[in-house]
Design a protein around this ligand. Structure first.
Ligand code: ZN
Length: 232
C-alpha cells in the first residue's frame, strides 16, 4: 500500500517541517508516528533512518529521535548550496510555457494576499514554496528533489537564526524574478535569484542561536577536557 510506505512517511515528516508543524529539536516518537500513520514501528524506524541520511533527524542516545538543530555553519552552507543551484537552474533553462508563467504569477499574488491577510506561518510557507514550485517547473526531477530538501532545511535554519521574515521584500524579489522569466530573460532571472538568496542569507543572525550555540558550546567543552589532560 503506497499510503504507508517508507517514502510516504518520510515525505510527510518533511512536509511537517516545511509547514512549521515540526520545529528544530522536536522529538519524534516511533510509537506515536506508528499510530499516526497506522504502520509498524519497524517501518517508522526505516523512514527515520532515511531522514537521518538526508540530515533531517538525529538519534540521541537513550532519548530517541529528534528533528535536527542545524549549526550556524550549516545554516550558511544551506544558503551557499541554494546560491549555486537556484540561479544555475534558471540560467540553464529556456523560457517556460505560458501556463507555467501563469502559475508562478498566481503564486506571487497569493503571497501578496497572505502578507496582508494571512498568518505569519501561511506567509512563510508560501514564500518557501515559491522556490520549490519554480524547481518543479524548471528543474529536472533531481533538482526538484534537492530543492525540497534545501527548502525544508532553510525552514529549520530560519526558525533558529532569523527573527524577521521581511515577507514584503521577498515577495517583491519573487515578482521581479517572475517578470524576468516572463520576458524570457533567464540570465537576468538567475542574477535576481542570486541577489535574493544573498539578501536571505544576510538576515542570518548568529546571536539568535539559543539551542544551537548552547549545544555546540557544551560539545566543545566536552571535547576540551581530554586535550587539556593530555597537555597537563
Ligand atoms: Zn524567496
Amino acid at each position: 500500500m503506497p499510503k504507508s510506505s517508507k517514502a510516504n512517511i518520510a515525505e510527510r515528516v518533511v512536509s511537517a517541517i516545511l509547514s512549521h508543524d515540526l520545529k528544530p529539536g522536536a522529538r519524534l516518537g516511533e510509537q506515536e508516528l506508528g499510530n499516526l500513520f497506522g504502520v509498524s514501528r519497524t517501518l517508522v524506524r526505516q523512514a527515520l533512518i532515511e531522514l537521518q541520511s538526508r540530515g533531517f533527524v538525529e538519534v540521541r542516545p537513550r532519548m530517541g529521535w529528534f528533528v535536527v538543530e542545524p549549526s550556524f555553519e550549516e545554516a550558511r552552507e544551506t544558503y551557499a548550496a541554494r546560491r549555486i543551484i537556484e540561479p544555475g537552474m534558471l540560467m540553464d533553462s529556456g523560457k517556460p510555457l505560458q501556463s507555467v508563467i501563469r502559475d508562478l504569477r498566481k503564486h506571487v499574488a497569493q503571497e501578496k494576499t497572505a502578507i496582508v491577510t494571512g498568518s505569519p506561518a501561511t506567509r512563510t510557507v508560501l514564500l518557501a514554496d515559491f522556490h520549490v514550485c519554480l524547481a518543479e517547473n524548471l528543474g529536472n526531477r533531481f533538482l526538484s528533489a534537492m530543492m525540497v530538501d534545501l527548502s525544508a532545511r532553510t525552514t529549520l535554519v530560519s526558525a533558529l537564526y532569523q527573527s524577521t521574515t521581511e515577507a514584503q521584500d521577498s515577495n517583491e524579489d519573487h515578482a521581479n524574478i517572475v517578470a524576468a522569466i516572463a520576458a524570457g530573460d533567464m540570465k537576468e532571472a538567475g542574477i535576481l535569484m542570486r541577489d535574493h538568496i544573498n539578501r536571505l542569507e544576510a538576515r542570518l543572525d548568529q546571536s539568535l542561536a539559543q539551542t544551537g550555540t548552547s549545544r555546540e558550546r557544551m560539545l566543545s567543552k566536552l571535547m576540551e577536557v581530554p586535550s587539556r589532560n593530555r597537555k597537563g
